[in-house]
Design a protein around this ligand. Structure first.
Ligand code: GUN
Ligand code: ZN
Length: 444
């Protein structure tokens, strides 16, 4: 360790955390020493950032400077906060709505629910619930869709700011093929987005995402203006849906007959690049995947949603063959859980159905550092390297009687992690810290 105990003073430490620690340095599929695991470790923080992670906490504990805050999570596992690369906060209340596939589900459940968000008070209530649910599930960063209403964007950014959460969000843009009161002209949505970008983009931990819902609900003019917004403001995100459902793919083909593929529609308006996040990407072809890889865009793999809506099986292997960045996502409310653990459980099964294996170390890389890389945020979050923003979660591997029983014979780290992702959920999250501060504690 580069720091010696004598240099631990009030200048280098205001908070210390004792626990078992796991974090990733790189992709476990690519390098041999991709992770660090310390059975008894100590995380030293200063002003919400990581100062260092040390092994053998007992050797350090006596040197903590007077007045520093000490969290003793001995016996529990601390990991970086989970990162959810795609979800819809306004769909919180309609999660688990029965029986339909994408296009009918949108019409019957989603659009009527999203209409309610024209009322700021209502949006605030659901945004508060959503952010609390993030914390209860150990998610400290999310890429989120609001609705077409500007107020709904203010509501989610404000709820996130109150909890210091890292939030990527944007106003849904639609100018056709949706109920009249959810559509607006391309010019009006451009104007409102410009205002929201001024207000929220790179404001604290908030990042703005230009959010055309999907090509089927946007005219060519609206997609053109999305590209214009990206050109006008640095480091904006772009989030949308692509190639989720076969009827949807066919419909987009009819709406944009001049384009080679659904993905090519977005590409032709300049919407593919670093910080573009495309949810689903199930029905892509070889050319699409090559283009995704070379553009630096990311895929949000949404296993619970893809199964719930019967959309199909996403191929993780095909994405990696083309060097595409991938994050995992809940996609609430087509997704059926806020828990990234439960989302990994379903991701594992989706891979199984395609003869692919999602190894436990890879899975936890994907919801921490891998997701941060997919979002180009790995210089700030995703692991415990010095200088990173200290978002971390405290996990109880023995949270349920069944987990206690299973852990008795799960001897290796990999076995325990696998049991965690198969059997775990919000019951395992003992505490969630954001920028070092404890924002959620299960005990309370
Ligand atoms: N495609 C367009 N809108 C949506 C949405 O809200 N959820 C999902 N899963 N797919 C979409
Ligand atoms: Zn979605």
């Amino acid at each position: 360790m580069s720091v010696v105990p004598s240099s631990l003073d009030n200048n280098s430490c205001d908070t210390a955390v004792r626990a078992s620690f796991l974090h990733f340095k790189s992709d476990p599929d690519k390098t041999g020493e991709a992770f660090e695991y310390f059975e008894d470790g100590l995380l030293i923080l200063k002003q919400g950032r990581v100062q260092m992670l040390a092994e053998a906490a007992s050797e350090w504990i006596d040197y903590l400077p007077d007045g520093s805050i000490f969290y003793d999570y001995s016996g529990l596992l601390v990991m970086p906060g989970f990162i959810d690369t795609h979800s819809h906060y306004p769909q919180t209340e309609m999660i688990a709505s029965h029986g339909l596939q994408l296009l009918d589900w949108l019409e019957q459940y989603t659009f009527p629910t999203e209409i309610k968000f024209s009322e700021r008070e209502y949006a605030d209530k659901i945004a508060t619930f959503f952010c609390n649910e993030m914390l209860r599930n150990g998610t400290t960063t999310s890429a989120v869709y609001a609705t077409v209403h500007s107020e709904s964007v203010d509501a989610i950014f404000e709820a996130a700011r109150e909890r210091d959460l890292c939030m990527i969000a944007g106003k849904v843009m639609m100018d056709r093929n949706a109920p009249e009161n959810l559509c607006e002209s391309a010019g009006e949505s451009y104007r409102q987005c410009s205002e929201l970008i001024q207000r929220w983009h790179l404001n604290g931990r908030s990042h703005y995402a230009v959010t055309p819902r999907f090509a089927a609900c946007s005219s060519p003019r609206q997609l053109e203006l999305c590209g214009q917004l990206l050109g006008e403001h640095p480091d904006l995100y772009l989030q949308s849906h692509v190639a989720e459902n076969r009827d949807e793919v066919r419909w987009v083909g009819e709406l944009f007959p001049q384009n080679r593929s659904y993905l090519d529609v977005y590409d032709s308006y300049g919407l593919l690049g670093p910080r573009s996040i495309f949810a689903h990407c199930i029905h892509l072809d070889e050319t699409d995947r090559q283009r995704m890889g070379s553009s630096g865009a990311a895929i949000a793999f949404c296993p619970t949603s893809n199964l719930f809506l019967g959309s199909g099986l996403f191929s993780l292997e095909a994405a990696y063959e083309h060097d595409i960045r991938v994050g995992i996502a809940t996609d609430v409310g087509a997704g059926t859980s806020f828990s990234m653990l439960q989302t990994l459980n379903e991701a594992y099964k989706v891979c199984q159905l395609s003869g692919q294996i999602l190894a436990p170390l890879k899975a936890f890389y994907l919801v921490t550092l891998g997701a941060a890389e997919s979002l180009y945020l790995d210089h700030r979050i995703g692991n415990f390297n010095t200088g990173k923003e200290a978002d971390f979660i405290v996990i109880d591997l023995q949270a349920t009687e069944l987990m206690q029983k299973r852990m008795e014979s799960a001897l290796s780290l990999e076995e325990r992690l696998f049991a965690l992702m198969m059997l775990g959920d919000d019951r395992c999250i003992q505490a969630t810290h954001v920028m070092g501060q404890r924002q959620y504690s299960k005990a309370k």
